[in-house]
Write a protein that binds this ligand. Structure first.
Ligand code: MLT
Length: 312
């Protein structure tokens, strides 16, 4: 019968390697979170989860690939806030984020930092604001494509400044960081999972954090609000998804595995060093992620419409 077939399937799952699509470049912030939980979930599931980086178009390429993948539990997606901004930003998005996936759970919520190449002149955030206004036509800002967190943060920054800046898109902020380190690009707003080590090492300059309160890892770094730019608070929540139609017991197994990974003190410690923390157990659930996605689509829609930024 159908019931016993489903039960047998779930009992056997996973029988082989699972692919976790990360819709940005290797070595970047989403990749860092993905590899961290993939390793711990692999141990729990008894099968290897391998990360496949499918960068491009602000994460919509990789998400679209998973939306169209076999719904058998062997392809999953780690994506972030871009899942919520893409339906408003992209006029011709190939999938509907609210209908194309099963929700596994929320993973983490990552603060962002406004950073620059280490020899950029300004020494504090108000100084940076004045400098960018004066040099808006020559200064360059990196992002990971329309729909990326770095794009959203850059958009809020430009809106607050009332000055458009030249933006340079990459397939992820991993490669953008390489160019920032090399001085080929001036500015970036990026997640602490990608900037913390560089800020601490003094290889880039940090001006502000995008959270309402200062971070324990950077007690001296002011918030955007303290720096005179209230209203540009943004945190990059990450969620784990499977293609729509993935059997319910498989989704449950994945969700339980995610929860056990996030409860691992080693994961909390590593995320803590990077300025963040695992999502609470109650949110690392299908219901927790669904509620977050719905709320965030509603939250960002008017902001994006005011900015008037769209992609095809
Ligand atoms: C990445 O992994 O490259 C980032 O999450 C990109 C971004 O959204 O800014």
């Amino acid at each position: 019968t159908l019931l016993s077939t489903t039960a047998a399937f779930a009992q056997a799952y996973p029988e082989r390697q699972i692919t976790m699509v990360v819709p940005f470049s290797a070595g970047g912030p989403t990749d860092t979170v993905g590899r961290l939980i993939a390793e711990r979930m692999s141990a729990d599931l008894g099968q290897q989860i391998i990360v496949e980086n499918v960068g491009g178009a602000g994460g919509t390429l990789g998400a679209g690939q998973v939306a169209g993948a076999e719904a058998d539990g062997y392809t999953i997606l780690l994506h972030h806030i871009g899942m919520a901004t893409s339906p408003t930003l992209y006029r011709n998005l190939a999938f509907n984020p609210l209908e194309a996936f099963e929700y596994v759970g929320l993973v983490t919520e990552v603060p962002m930092t406004i950073v620059a190449r280490k020899d950029l002149e300004p020494t504090d955030f108000p100084g940076l604001v004045a400098y960018v206004k004066e040099n808006a036509d020559t200064i360059t800002m990196a992002n990971a494509g329309i729909g990326a967190a770095s794009h959203l943060c850059g958009m809020l920054f430009m809106q607050a400044l009332d000055a458009p800046i030249v933006t340079v898109p990459y397939k992820g902020t991993g490669p953008a960081m390489t160019e920032l380190l090399g001085g080929q690009i001036d500015l970036m707003c990026d997640q602490t999972t990608n900037t913390t080590e560089q800020i601490k090492g003094g290889t880039i300059k940090a001006y502000a954090v995008t959270t309402p309160a200062r971070l324990a890892v950077f007690p001296d770094l002011p918030t955007v609000s303290e720096g005179g730019m209230p209203g540009m608070e943004v945190s990059v929540w990450h969620g784990l998804y499977a293609p729509k139609g993935t059997p319910a017991d498989v989704v449950e197994r994945l969700s339980a595995s995610l929860q056990s990974a996030l409860a691992d003190p080693g994961i909390a410690e590593k995320l803590g060093e990077l300025g963040t923390a695992p999502s609470p157990a109650a949110d690392a659930t299908p219901a927790g992620l669904k509620a977050k996605l719905e709320a965030e689509i509603a939250r960002w829609k008017p902001v994006i419409e005011t900015a008037g930024v769209y992609a095809d």
